[in-house]
Ligand binder design. Structure first.
Ligand code: HEC
Ligand code: HEC
Length: 461
């Protein structure tokens, strides 16, 4: 009896051990990192996606040169009259890492003619103008077309060589860029006038109304160029204000649902597809039947923007969306330095106010600084007019992510006159103006010192 029982349990023990060993051996080889590419395709895939996505974000025109060059003939205006000095004053940036050493030395010594359009062409030939690609004839002398990239609006440089000339900062909004004034240089704005159903002088006037750091993506959906009445906390703060919005940063976008100032369009990848097709005029495919609503989106409905089709072999956008999405989510927000970008003691007091008396954390949830879930609000919840909200499907504003607002408040790598400008239309010049707005709107009863502490805290995010 005893032997039998012993024998049976010994047998069971052996069988169990063999089973465990069989189970553990493959598991172990998966986690040791040996042959990790063979067994774990995820990390190498992430690296490939980021590298590809960055290349697309920086350099891909999606075939939009057929629009900017082919139709608007912007290349002609650049070739005949855009000096580097004017280009820099319009907010175009030069990537110093694309320049040969000799040219860098000359620029440093001031030996380069910045008043000659020929110098602009040389920079384009070097692929050194951030967000613009020049297309040249076979001799390399004639600029035959020009295309634009995501980086034009969503990257700047760190001014390491000269103001406007430095290393790329992917994802940092270019708040110097006057894209309206640049587009208005085009000799042929008729195609834009046709889309909008207005005359060319009107198009030019609207483009020139935007100013630096702003672009109006919704203009090409609803044709509304001006906000008749800008209202903040019950006070009229402007009439017929240009409808263009601040170019947002394209960093710190991971982990929350709605994007763009109004939200309700979709995720980052929805917006990437919309922008590449409808704003940059690349060659691709785009579907959103909400744009067939002629009451809210007359321009989009008339032009069939809700259903754009390109045969797969000619589609230059769709295949790039996965890597572009992946790269965008991987761009971290820059981190502020205590003592340089903000006062640490004051920020600590502000932290308590943000989560307490001021109630900011209800919407700007730490550490996403927007709500996990459905991060949208009706205009009266934040005490402003509904003009921009009404230009999006849900008539809402998205709780803006506050990561790295210190960049804008301090005006890092931008002209001093372009710093600050918060909320979608830049109506609040400084963070203190934003805090004053909430103080009135929500009856917070903040003292002057508390307001300043809150501002220091915002700069620490
Ligand atoms: C001409 C300037 C311009 C170009 C080019 C441009 N964008 Fe934007 N981008 C904007 C503006 C302005 C907004 C805000 C739009 C709004 O809220 O209505 C925006 C919004 C975004 C957002 C949402 C950010 C947030 O805070 O939620 C993302 C993501 C984005 N763009 C990615 C891209 C990508 C990717 C490309 C290239 C395919 C691109 N953009 C090209 C100007 C531009
Ligand atoms: C009811 C939700 C809500 C509350 C509460 C709230 N915010 Fe906001 N916040 C928003 C929304 C929505 C926006 C975007 C407004 C727009 O699109 O113009 C915003 C924008 C901002 C911005 C501008 C960001 C930028 O990039 O322009 C700052 C700064 C800010 N909030 C700080 C605060 C502070 C400080 C408090 C507390 C005193 C606070 N918010 C309370 C919803 C809220």
């Amino acid at each position: 009896m005893f032997t039998r029982r012993f024998g049976r349990s010994w047998g069971r023990f052996l069988a169990g051990t063999i089973f465990l060993v069989c189970l553990l051996v493959p598991l172990r080889s998966l986690t040791t990192g040996q042959n990790s590419t063979q067994h774990d395709p995820i990390v190498p895939n992430a690296e490939t996606m980021i590298t590809k996505g960055r290349q697309i974000f920086r350099f891909d025109t999606f075939g939009d040169e057929a629009f900017w060059g082919g139709q608007l003939r912007l290349n002609e205006a650049i070739a005949s009259g855009l000096s580097p000095r004017t280009a820099l004053s319009l907010g175009l940036k030069v990537d110093v890492d694309a320049l040969p050493d000799q040219l860098v030395q000359k620029l440093r010594k001031g030996d380069v003619d910045l008043s000659s359009p020929a110098t602009t062409l040389s920079l384009l030939r070097l692929n050194a103008v951030v967000g613009l690609t020049g297309f040249f004839d076979s001799s390399g002398s004639q600029l035959t077309s020009i295309g634009i990239q995501c980086a034009l609006c969503h990257s700047t440089v760190n001014d390491s060589l000269l103001p406007g000339i430095g290393s790329r900062l992917d994802g940092w909004a270019n708040h110097d860029l006057n894209i309206g004034a640049i587009a208005a240089l085009s000799p042929n704005l008729q195609p834009v006038a046709d889309v909008l159903g207005v005359d060319v002088p009107t198009v030019r006037r609207v483009l020139n109304s935007w100013g630096p750091g702003k672009f109006d993506a919704e203009l090409f959906l609803d044709g509304k160029a001006f906000n008749p009445q800008q209202v903040s906390h019950g006070v009229v703060t402007g009439k017929n204000v240009p409808g263009a919005t601040m170019i947002p940063n394209a960093f710190g976008l991971a982990g929350f649902n709605q994007h763009t100032w109004t939200g309700a369009w979709g995720t980052v990848s929805y917006w990437n597809a919309l922008v590449a097709n409808l704003e940059m005029h690349g060659k691709g495919t785009f579907f959103d039947p909400r744009l067939n609503d002629a009451a809210q989106f007359p321009v989009a409905a008339r032009n069939g923007f809700g259903n754009l089709r390109t045969p797969p072999d000619d589609d230059r956008i769709t295949s790039k969306l996965p890597a572009l999405h992946f790269f965008q989510l991987a761009i971290p927000a820059p981190k502020p330095t205590p003592g340089v970008d903000f006062d640490a003691d004051s920020a600590m007091r502000g932290d308590v106010l943000f989560g307490g008396k001021a109630g900011c954390i209800k919407c700007h949830v730490e550490p996403l600084w927007t709500e996990p879930g459905w991060n949208l609000h009706k205009p009266d919840e934040i005490g402003i007019d509904s003009f921009e909200a009404d230009r999006a499907p849900d008539h809402t504003y998205k709780t803006q992510n506050l990561a790295a607002v210190f960049v804008q408040e301090r005006g890092l790598f931008m002209q001093a006159s372009h710093k600050g400008r918060f909320y979608h239309d830049g109506r609040f010049p400084t963070l203190l103006d934003v805090v004053n707005h909430y103080n009135i709107q929500f009856n917070l009863g903040l003292s002057v010192r508390e307001k300043l502490d809150l501002v220091e805290y915002l700069k620490s995010l």
